[in-house]
Design a protein around this ligand. Structure first.
Ligand code: SAH
Length: 344
């Protein structure tokens, strides 16, 4: 049975071509056609011999995801609901700023972690995405990037990337490779809710990427309330694993922290956060004003609360940034577009 060619790595494709009795260097040209030029038809790959094009079309197909819905914000953030061959749909988002376009991709259909602020978990977990499907998301975003080419990729769409470990790493290799998307490792971010075994595994990879942890509270009681996964991987163990990660890789970890009214945004919470991260050598905090999702009735902290929190962290010596809100008018928080279509 034919296979989506995006499932195979460059090395695998080279091996396949040798098996077909032809030259392996064609693999680089094929990668270039697909990932650099965005071509979905072997016949259009004009520098390949006609015979090879025919063979390729028998062995492989090039999946091209269809779009079910799209929303484009006034700030040009574009959210796409993409249709998978099995009828499931996934969200992918393009977030342009002056100098960059960040593609935000999903790693799973649905999510099993049921965080209390995130629409992705509302309908539970369906399945992992394949590496080919994730690359399809990136291709879709690249081919539909309005302003400048895609410069950054974040695994911050639906799903937990570290629970789909092998496929996500395979995708990163193609994102990173000069024959693939040629996106620098510093521009690729894996975001996790804190899956410690996955973080340990990441330390041993010969790949560079950025790691973000969705923290959202520095107090076990509040974090467990917001993120049930905290019962399995509580804060003390999580921070210990982060310290180990930093020591082994010498790379910074970014802690994502959504500021929610009356829950985790007062000065007591800020103090706890400073304490929690005190011994981490390379840590950064990214504060996020909560996106309101009707199902959860959680309100965003006020601008005054946000700046007070940020100021406290800054004055305590924490490297802190405030995420600019994007796509507010198009319900751009994780999973919201999919929810609208009753797919959750
Ligand atoms: N499972 C991974 C990847 C999902 S990205 C993880 O947990 O990191 C999850 C991120 O989506 C959160 O850190 C947060 O940045 C964002 N997010 C989800 N729901 C949100 C909401 N209601 N408001 C603001 N950001 C939200």
């Amino acid at each position: 049975m034919a296979q989506d060619i995006k499932e195979v790595s460059l090395e695998q494709l080279e091996g396949k071509l040798l098996g077909l009795g032809t030259q392996k260097y064609y693999a680089r040209q094929i990668f270039d056609w697909i990932y650099q030029k965005g071509i979905f038809d072997f016949n259009a790959m004009s520098n390949l011999p006609a015979g090879l094009r025919k063979q390729l079309a028998q062995e492989f197909y090039i999946l091209n995801l269809g779009v079910v819905d799209l929303q484009i914000s006034r700030d040009k953030t574009a959210k796409f609901l993409l249709q998978l061959p099995d009828g499931n749909s996934i969200e992918a988002v393009n977030i342009p700023t002056a100098k960059r376009v960040t593609g935000c991709i999903s790693s799973q259909v649905g999510c099993k972690y049921a965080c209390k602020f995130c629409a992705s978990g509302l309908g539970g977990f369906k399945r992992n995405l394949t590496s080919g499907e994730m690359l399809d998301e990136v291709l879709y975003l690249k081919n539909n990037s309005a302003v400048i080419p895609l410069t950054h990729i974040v695994f911050m769409g639906t799903g937990e990337p570290l629970d789909n470990y092998d496929a996500v790493l395979k995708v990163i290799r193609v994102l990173n490779s000069p024959q693939g998307f040629n996106i620098g490792a510093r521009r690729i971010t894996i975001s996790t809710c804190g899956i410690i075994p996955g973080m340990k595994k990441l330390q041993g990879e010969d790949l560079q990427f950025e790691l973000s942890i969705s923290l959202h509270a520095a107090d076990d009681k509040i974090r467990t309330q917001l993120m049930p996964v905290n019962k399995q991987y509580p804060l003390r163990e999580l921070v210990f694993a982060c310290a180990e990660y930093i020591a082994k890789t010498n790379r910074q970890i970014t802690f994502e922290y959504i500021l929610i009214k009356n829950l985790n945004s007062d000065l007591v919470a800020a103090k706890k956060l400073v304490e929690l991260l005190r011994n981490l050598r390379l840590a950064k905090v990214n504060l996020i004003p909560a996106n309101f999702i009707p199902e959860f009735k959680l309100a965003a902290a006020s601008p005054e609360e946000i700046s007070r929190f940020q100021k406290y962290l800054f004055e305590s010596g924490v490297n802190v940034t405030l995420r600019q809100e994007r796509g507010q008018d198009i319900a751009a928080a994780c999973g919201q577009l999919r929810l609208k279509h009753g797919k959750a």
